[in-house]
Design a protein around this ligand. Sequence first.
Ligand code: DGJ
Length: 684
Amino acid sequence: MTEKQQYWILETKHCGYAFGLNKNGILVNTYWGKRMESQSDYPAPPESDGWASFNGPTQVLQEEYPAYGGMCFHEPCLKATFEEGVRDVVLQFESETTINNELVINLRDIHYPLKVSLHYRSHTDFDLIERWVEVENFGKETITLERVFSAIWHFPVGGEYFLSHLTGRWNDEFNLVREPLTPGVKVLESRRITSSHHHNPWFLVDDGNCTEDNGKVWFGALSWSGNWKATAEVTNFYTTRLGIGINDWDFVWQLREGEIFSSPHAICGFSDKGYGEASRLLHNFIRDELVPHNKQVHKVLYNSWEATFFDVNEPSQAKLAKIAAEIGVELFVVDDGWFHRRNNDKAGLGDWWPDSEKFPHGLTPLIEKVNRLNMDFGLWIEPEMVNPDSDLYREHPDWILHYPTRQPTLARNQMILNMARPDVQEYIFSKIDRLLTENNIAFIKWDMNRNVSEPGWPTAPGDQREIWVRYVEGLYKVWGDLRKQHPGVIWQSCSGGGGRADLGILKFADQIWVSDNTFALDRLRIQHGFSQIFPAVTMESWVTDADRGKIPLEFRFHVSMCGSLGVGGNLLLWDKAEIMESTYWISHYKKHRQVIQFGDQYRLSKKSMQYMSKDAEKGVLFVFQTESNLNNSPITIHLRGLNPELKYKVEGLQEILTGAEWMSRELSYPFKLYESAMLEISAY
Ligand code: DGJ
């Protein structure tokens, strides 16, 4: 706290964030941006009497955590109904506590027994601030919560802003969009029970002068794998704000006596070094703080899905495994099709034991073969789902999300289990736990291949609309318990590709299957979007047969080598030359993956990526010609992230120059369509 009374400043390495009570006791945000020289430089909380008779003070001010009440018509963070039907929340400051890097501001309603605690955790070295809220009912009567956002952020007054976000659909995820924010509300959200292919719970706001390397950016992400909502609002007073949290669409939460509702955590940051630095800050945090096996290099994997689809059995997989081992694969993953009566997508989901015709002696003989080839073994599961044609559904038809009077909508012939139910959680845990206990399984791909319909829960203990939160909590519980029980297993999150890629799932999964789209050019675009948030180590990328015969294998390998490399083509069809070339690229990747997976990433352009080790001693540069380039114009780039004083050699170029010299020099690659390069950068 400064000499300003009841004023709080959070600082990280380069960022400052401040808010305080104004004279009328309104908690107002005063600053979010570059860290000030001195704490006394942060502005004092402004006052306002409102604007004519139509707008109260809170309509004009930048409230730190606005609740729906009084004459405030903006998007609120909190909306609640009290027993008497009162739908007006008036929060007042009550107390504060600070423990280590965590500040808690306690607010309470002026009449009702509702306490709202705003939590702030400064991650000083990561240059990020984490925020969440807890809402407590300390009275006897139930309070109905209708919206609880994790945070709202205000951007400097007077600015005009642009919002960048990621949008898409199945097979076409992570398209980066940048658009001006104009008066009104722009809503991004998921109503699909997962974070979704369609939008990602991430935002970046800039003031119009932003590039990859320069300019002010304010950014954040929500750590939540279910329905979420972000509202970016330009008010009638030309101030701009953005709130994020669990989606209030179809959401209700009955907060009973003594209960606390905790929101998901949100993370936010500011940088004056453009998009690139914003991504690197998130990358560091995700890699070092969230992802469970954060120090472990990801092995080169082979996934059999695109080779054998449902035609999985011991001989077919063993043949693939043999070739996979020859080319240098370290982890062999059997995808969909291995379990009870799973011959196509019409049956089997829910019955998580090996199919007795395909694997008459269980999975062990195949796993042993794979292990003898010096590879780990991995397996695909889709535990939240059930086919009508399954033993599980025949026994427990009431376990799915459903309304008793409606026919459940099938998508890919499957329905969604109600993960909020403890019996469903126990069933899934016991089946997957058994698989992991009885078999030497090092890796699990956890898939989810449809979105929600009929989100009913007839036997819900409270309001059925709590399902949106309780489903995700159930998912986290099962996954978390499995992790605890089998700490060595590496997990991949997949939802038909990138349908569940968020900071919440990365507390459980070590990596993400980014998209089912493995066409190299599409993939480069998708990876570009993905890299806005997620580090390369989490980005599983396979070389498949998608462009076989059309785009050189070298180019396809280079695309996948930008993340955690995998192979997904039908190796039985690959000729000698392809096998030899794959062997070369896989071994080359292994030499450089430490830098790619754990280094800093620089998007030099949409056609070029650079990775530098944290000590700036080693780097890798990828360049791709993605266009027909009829004019023969070269791809030109400037290297980034070198130590200006160190001397470096860049593969393919003769000179030994200092980092400063290299970074100011334009490098030029006159490539033809589908030519690519992977070049080593090394301190000399
Ligand atoms: C969707 C995934 O994204 C694919 O990689 C594959 O695992 C299939 N599901 C299997 O059903």
